[in-house]
Design a protein around this ligand. Structure first.
Ligand SMILES: [Zn+2]
Length: 296
């Protein structure tokens, strides 16, 4: 084909515009640090289908490992089908000793070990997912409900409201503009997330009748539900709002009778001893309060 000179110039001009747009997009991607759609997954034991007794949550229990891995892999499959490029799975239950690279989804990445205060959220994931999650301490019929430590912490409060792993980690992710997109667990945990992130996807795989009594879905049915919800969650990226706590924040720990205040409670930065079992950390914003509250 032969172009007259003005046509050629026009086409070259358009090509240059496209090139320019392409370069702008690349610059945007590197500036925002989001070259790929990466999902971060927090795994736990108490919210897995088929797990209702405390003895089943032993991280070395072979059945727990199989049941949890099956749910994780179903979620990974759903995320990948929904357009995720990467899923980072954190083995977050009891000392990071439940999952194995041998059985995790071949396309997932396994994160083993303890994490610092940011939980790697500065990596700018497109979404946060909870798999096998339980509800916060004290919830009636919440299966093995607790807030971080059932032996050590009676209650935890953020700005005076009882919270557990779901709300505090959602707020941490929200600080980095990452929304919680999926939660799998018992009905109580699903309700807890929907209260703060109403647009998130949830897969409630069992109903609690009491702390150690539940009616659970079968493993295959739970996996099918989780896969479907994970795919749907991925397709809702951009429509689910990050959970953000504005203004000054207080984070409070009320310890159990088996535990006690830290010895240096009175000397801690931004901390106030509320009573013999309770300490309250204050910050000008969520992150300051969170960092102060994480001192061990
Ligand atoms: Zn937990």
């Amino acid at each position: 084909m032969k172009f007259s000179r003005p046509d050629t110039l026009f086409i070259l001009g358009r090509m240059r515009n496209k090139l320019f747009l392409g370069l702008m997009l690349l610059a945007f991607i590197s500036a925002t640090g989001q070259p790929k759609k990466s999902v971060f997954m927090i795994t736990d034991a108490e919210g897995v289908a088929g797990i209702c007794r405390q003895d089943q949550t032993d991280p070395k229990d072979p059945e727990l490992r199989q049941l949890l891995t099956g749910e994780i892999n179903a979620a990974v499959e759903g995320f990948l089908a929904g357009g995720a490029d990467e899923v980072v799975v954190w083995d977050a239950h009891d000392g990071s000793q439940t999952l194995s690279a041998l059985t995790i989804h071949p396309k997932a990445k396994l994160l083993i070990g303890e994490l610092g205060v940011t939980m790697t959220m500065e990596r700018q994931y497109v979404g946060l997912a909870f798999v096998g999650q339980h509800s916060l301490a004290g919830v009636r019929a919440g299966i093995m409900a607790h807030s971080y430590s059932s032996l050590g912490i009676q209650n935890m409060r953020m700005n005076g409201k009882p919270v557990g792993e779901i709300a505090t980690r959602a707020a941490l992710a929200g600080w980095y503009n990452t929304p919680v997109i999926l939660l799998t667990g018992d009905e109580a945990a699903a309700r807890e997330l929907l209260e703060i992130v109403p647009d998130a996807e949830v897969a409630a795989v069992k109903e609690g009748l009491g702390r150690y009594t539940c009616i659970s879905m079968s493993a295959p049915a739970a996996r099918e539900l989780i896969r479907e919800r994970a795919q749907r969650a991925m397709q809702k990226i951009g429509k689910i709002k990050p959970y953000k706590i504005d203004g000054p924040v207080t984070i409070e720990y009320e310890y159990t009778t088996r535990n006690s205040l830290p010895i240096d409670a009175n000397q801690r930065t931004g901390a106030e001893v509320v009573n013999d079992r309770t300490i309250r950390y204050r910050g000008k914003d969520f992150m300051e309060a969170w960092i102060r509250s994480q001192v061990r």
